[in-house]
Design a protein around this ligand. Structure first.
Ligand code: FES
Ligand SMILES: [Fe+2]
Length: 362
């Protein structure tokens, strides 16, 4: 297992950005204990519907706010309004992380009786946190998709791929990985390019595909326009037998361990998706999950590529790694990395960069 330091990415162990921390469907009446960025958190939905993410350990005596099943505080319901009670002595903390009730003490509540409350957003059926080693405000918007509220599109349900001992750098490499598309996914790549702009890293490519085929087994040209929105998740517009958007999110649990989710939003043929469209969309998501599982299989079992033995015909791994460094270093240094990768279409030796180019060559 390799750590951030082994890749020489930057001074921070965990990057700046929006990260998925839970599937919104996991948030029930009980708070959820989650672990990311080497830290424990308590995640819960207040009675108003507001989602709150707090540092897990109570300032009184260090009890985990969300890892307890037996205390009567927990059995009676820990969540009051948008506040949460600690299982041990029932101190209550508001969504701002400040203690707002100590049931047995009339004295003023000490200022130090607070935990950190994190900036979270509920969007696309998930909970995202803004993580920032510098403690700054979000530099770009939390994820959203206009299709999410369009009745013609069938909303996804997340596939939970679980945690693997693989550094997130290896997942990010995929955005620049032209030469794995054939061997891993059975794709006949016809065109390929990468572009970087600010917090966005894009891969535009297309070709035939052996996994995502039509029911008659034919291979339509599948084009994907994939963008990492910061270091934590990608959205990929996929055009093939239909139109869909893939979500892949990965969040560091510890240094060298990530948790991964996949989902697919599918456009149906009907103006308002029918039950049949939902069934078809679920089947298509499963095909997409299987294609993604082909990558996952490699990541779960490889040794770390702290350096890459690059040859002509490989994608621009090195450029993607430079782009990625902006998130592991102070914002003030961002341009240092961006000026090395922005404003150019990164092509692959021997590969057309656009479909028209591929067709002219054929
Ligand atoms: S440890 Fe949380 S209230 Fe005492
Ligand atoms: Fe892949």
């Amino acid at each position: 297992m390799a750590r951030t330091q082994d890749y020489g990415i930057g001074e921070y162990t965990y990057p700046r950005g929006w990260f998925m921390v839970a599937d919104a469907a996991e948030l029930k009446d009980k708070p959820l204990a989650v672990r990311f960025f080497g830290q424990e958190f308590a995640l819960y939905r207040g009675k108003s519907g507001k989602v709150v993410l707090l540092d897990a350990f109570c300032p009184h005596m260090g009890t985990h706010l969300a890892r307890n099943d037996s205390s009567y505080v927990v059995r009676d319901g820990q969540i009051e309004g948008d506040s949460i009670r600690c299982p041990y002595h029932a101190w209550r903390f508001g969504p701002d992380g400040k203690c707002n009730d100590i049931p047995y003490s009339k004295a003023p509540i000490p200022k130090a009786a607070c935990v950190r409350s994190w900036k979270v957003v509920e969007s696309l059926g998930a909970i995202f946190v803004w993580h920032d080693p510098e403690g700054g405000e979000p530099e770009w918007d939390a994820p959203s998709l206009p299709q999410w509220n369009d009745p013609q599109w069938v909303r996804w349900k997340f596939d939970h791929l679980g945690s693997i001992a693989c550094h997130q750098q290896e997942v990010i490499d995929n955005i620049a990985d032209c030469s794995h598309l054939g061997p891993v996914h059975g794709e006949t790549v016809k065109f390929y390019r990468n572009e970087f702009k600010g917090h966005l890293a894009s891969q535009i490519q297309g070709g035939g595909h052996r996994t995502l085929v039509t029911p008659d087994g034919l291979q339509p040209i599948l084009t994907t326009d994939t963008t990492y929105h910061g270091p934590g998740f990608l959205l990929s517009h996929m055009m093939g037998m239909g139109e869909s958007v893939i979500f892949i999110g990965h969040t560091a649990v510890d240094d060298g361990v990530i948790k991964v989710w996949h989902a697919l939003l599918v456009k149906s043929a009907s103006k308002v998706a029918t039950a049949e469209d939902v069934t078809a969309a679920r089947a298509y998501q499963e095909a997409s999950r299987l294609a993604f599982a082909q990558d996952f299989d490699v990541w779960a079992n490889k040794r770390p590529a702290t350096s890459i033995l690059q040859v002509p015909g490989d994608g621009p791994f090195h450029k993607a790694r430079i782009w990625y460094r902006q998130f592991y270093n102070p914002r003030a240094r961002k341009q240092e990395f961006l000026k090395q990768v922005e404003g150019v279409q990164h092509r692959v030796v021997g590969m057309p960069s656009r479909l028209e180019e591929a067709e002219t060559a054929a």
